[in-house]
Design a protein around this ligand. Structure first.
Ligand SMILES: NC(=O)c1ccc[n+]([C@@H]2O[C@H](COP(=O)([O-])OP(=O)(O)OC[C@H]3O[C@@H](n4cnc5c(N)ncnc54)[C@H](O)[C@@H]3O)[C@@H](O)[C@H]2O)c1
Length: 257
């Protein structure tokens, strides 16, 4: 299927690495002008330069999604540069410190919630203000398998990702009749720097056990493959409801959408 995003403007947060970078590439290769945002200035600039060198229209923005003022500026810069905002993938996220709930540090809770939940709220808020003016737009929020199930020692991350689904469903109801779609994706395990770090920290066996418990079609050992999005998957992400039913199968195929 040939999907074109010609004359569309797409914004991706956490675009300096992993799923965000793969999504930014897929948007660019499908013809969109792409705004890559990340709090890591170095990686986001080099990602945007790589795409620009291939002839794609890009804008790199240093933005910490936990900072409302920076998020507002990110959306303003997007519109000032490209005139509109058609699609946004709110993807930036981090893991919590792995400890059981009784030992969970308050500052880790605040840090994870500020990025994984309030960051998504803040991005949606300012993106929706622009999309409401336009009367059109599409938002995809990045939740997780962790947004659908519990996970020992991962309570803060899972709670934040559950919250992303709550915000997504509520905003979807608000804007469905006004030309704006809001969806979420719930990836299983995808090989990215985030999952590499989890494996390196010795979490491989625990993650395998969790996935085995939640993949109804039977389990395989964790086999990561690098993220490789194509246009069909991207379109799927922008059009479909939360992808939880097929999560296990998607995990085994090594892509998030
Ligand atoms: N990799 C997986 O297996 C997996 C599974 C389910 C969900 N997810 C979710 O997918 C998203 C992307 O994860 P990934 O695996 O690509 O991780 P990653 O660590 O490779 O990429 C995350 C990116 O987000 C950026 N980022 C982090 N905090 C930020 C902030 N406050 N403001 C702006 N940018 C920030 C990082 O600099 C990085 O570039 C996350 O929300 C993660 O929770 C990942």
């Amino acid at each position: 299927m040939n999907i074109s995003f010609e004359n569309k403007v797409a914004l991706v947060t956490g675009a300096g690495s992993g799923l965000g970078l793969a999504t930014a590439r897929a948007f660019a290769e499908s013809g969109a002008s792409v705004v890559l945002a990340d709090w890591n200035e170095k990686t986001v600039h080099s990602a945007a330069e790589e795409l620009a060198a291939k002839g794609h229209k890009t804008l790199a923005i240093r933005c910490d999604v936990a900072d409302d003022a920076q998020v507002e500026t990110m959306v303003q810069q997007t519109v000032a540069t490209f005139g509109q905002l058609d699609a946004a993938y709110n993807n930036a996220g981090i893991q919590n410190v792995l400890v059981e709930t009784a030992d969970s540090p308050r500052d880790d809770y605040d840090r994870v919630m500020a990025i994984n939940l309030r960051g998504v709220w803040s991005c949606m808020k300012f993106e929706l203000q622009q999309m409401r003016k336009q009367g059109s737009g599409t938002i995809v929020n990045c939740s997780s398998l962790g947004g659908l199930i519990g996970g020992a020692r991962r309570g803060t991350y899972h709670a934040a990702k559950h919250g992303v689904i709550g915000f997504t469903k509520s905003a979807a109801l608000e804007y469905a009749t006004r030309g704006i779609r809001v969806n979420a994706v719930c990836p299983g395990m995808i090989q990215t720097p985030m999952s590499d770090k989890m494996i390196a920290e010795g979490q491989g066996e625990e993650l395998n056990a969790m996935l085995k418990a939640y993949v109804p079609m039977g389990s395989r050992e964790l086999r990561y493959r690098p993220v490789d999005l194509n246009r069909r998957r991207l379109r799927h992400a922008l059009k479909k409801e939360i992808n939880h039913a097929r999560n296990g199968a998607l995990r085994n195929r090594g892509h998030p959408f």
